[in-house]
Design a protein. Sequence first.
Length: 214
Amino acid sequence: MAVSSKSTKLDFEALFVRTLLSDVMEARGRRDADDTEANRRSLIRSSFAAAEGLVWQYRQHIIDIAETLNKLESREILALSEHSYHVNTSGNISTQPRFVPLTATVRLVARMAKKISPESAIDFDKNEWNQFQKAITIRNRLTHPKSAHDLQINKQDMTEAMTGFMWLCDALISSMAHANNALADFSAIAHACIKDLLAGDPDTVQAYLAASED
């Protein structure tokens, strides 16, 4: 029995998420067993590697559904392309990499998800979102340390980082689930319309012809 490309993609996405979260859980287990600053740093790094991966998957997932439902704007595609374009005096086009901050990506994709389904909206007024943004600052100083102080992680840092990370995971997964429901509803309606159209239902045929003229 052949495996569909959609099924393969879903399997890959599940494996991707499991791997990311498994690394976080292992790092958390090491921190819980021995609460050293080295293990705290390792946990934060693993958490943000997972966050980056989950946001990337969220982005691709919402883009795919938005394209299917014809709710994706060309400017949104350009904004997420992570490239800028330049035309020189000879008319040649060149591209340059353009970094889109993690928080900006989350906000933009969440806005796209809300267009798919109001239930897909993410509440950015929650304190956990503020904690996640603070955690990004912590991650940045760990990634680009300029002094021994930058490598110090206290318990408050740890609490804010993990609270923000867990909230982000829950928010993204919930948003994707609601977007999936919207896609399923659309598919069910489309299937019913096609069935009625093939059966020659007069109302459906008339609506189809009217839409074709538009």
